[in-house]
Design a protein around this ligand. Structure first.
Ligand SMILES: Nc1ncnc2c1ncn2[C@@H]1O[C@H](COP(=O)(O)OP(=O)(O)O)[C@@H](O)[C@H]1O
Ligand SMILES: [Mg+2]
Length: 288
């Protein structure tokens, strides 16, 4: 049996954090697709679920292990760590324990894997903030509507202008400064639109224009997003991703699924893993 051991001379893992203070924006779904996408490019990947109470990412992973075992499939999966928020008596003790668990997970995997994908809760928690300060890349999925823009900025709905940063944006900017002071390194913040509708072209364009303006003001990049597609719910139940389609015995190859797979590939290209880690020396074990 091959054994993976820590190599301390190895460049530390690149940490990708999925963040957005709103639940239901697609963090866990995107976390799973990014983790499996990087594995299929031949990288070693670890994953951390900081939203273990809700546990969507961890359940997604458990569904995957179960499905793989049931169908005897040879599909890649990350090393997965769920971290449950501490229930210690005082806030100080809780934060100390949360800090220790998170750092332990990073240390355990940091010199073994190339990427660590971290899913965070849809609320402002200590673990959420801490993980943002350790991110090399933050990906913020947001539902494609004016209402959801308030996750990033306060908007004057009358003349559609930016009044200031939202609480989440303030938090990201604060953690970005913390990281710079601590590590002397910046992070790359990517915002992606999720559940894009093919129907409402006017709304899509207006949200797009405003997002461009917000991105310049607060320093993030815009990634091509994912369309609104029912296939995501079916995939969750099986623990599969759009990148597993060819090997999934129960999958029906539809036009919608093929377009969705292209959107996932475009997001992976936007993260540009080769820029952070170089193309894997060995040929990828699976193509994406
Ligand atoms: N592009 C999409 N099209 C359709 N449903 C989606 C899409 N992205 C996510 N969903 C669904 O929306 C729900 C919330 O997604 P999830 O990834 O759990 O969000 P979060 O982690 O931000 O709370 C899930 O049922 C998921 O399957
Ligand atoms: Mg989630």
């Amino acid at each position: 049996m091959s054994q993976i051991t820590a190599d301390t001379s190895k460049t530390p893992a690149h940490i990708i954090v999925l963040g957005n203070e709103k639940g239901g924006s697609g963090k866990s779904t995107t976390a799973m697709h990014v983790a499996i996408g990087l594995l299929r490019l031949g990288y070693l990947v670890g994953s951390i679920d900081l939203d273990a109470r809700q546990g969507t990412f961890t359940r997604y992973m458990a569904n995957r292990f179960e499905y793989i075992a049931r169908h005897k499939l040879a599909l890649p999966s990350p090393v997965h760590f769920p971290i449950e928020k501490s229930k210690a008596d005082t806030v100080e003790m809780q934060e100390r324990q949360d800090y220790e668990f998170f750092m332990m997970a990073l240390e355990e995997m940091g010199h073994i894997v190339d990427f660590i994908v971290v899913d965070t809760p849809g609320s402002d928690t200590y673990l959420g903030q801490l993980s943002h300060s350790y991110a090399d890349t933050i990906i913020t999925p947001m539902n494609d509507s004016f209402i959801d823009l308030d996750v990033l900025a306060r908007i004057d709905t009358g003349n559609k202008s930016i009044k200031g940063p939202s609480i989440y944006t303030k938090m990201v900017l604060e953690q970005r400064e913390k990281k710079k002071a601590r590590d002397g390194a910046d992070l790359d913040w990517i915002v992606m639109r999720n559940r894009l509708s093919s129907l409402d072209a006017k709304n899509k364009r207006e949200v797009g224009d405003l997002l461009e303006a917000i991105s310049k003001e607060f320093g993030f990049r815009l990634a091509p997003g994912f369309g609104e597609r029912v296939v995501f719910r079916e995939l969750f139940l099986k623990g599969m991703t759009l990148l597993d389609m060819k090997e999934d015995p129960e999958h029906k190859m539809t036009m919608s699924a093929i377009s969705a797979r292209q959107e996932v590939r475009d997001l992976l290209r936007c993260i540009a893993p080769e820029k952070h880690k170089g193309y894997p020396k060995k040929p990828p074990r699976h193509e994406i």
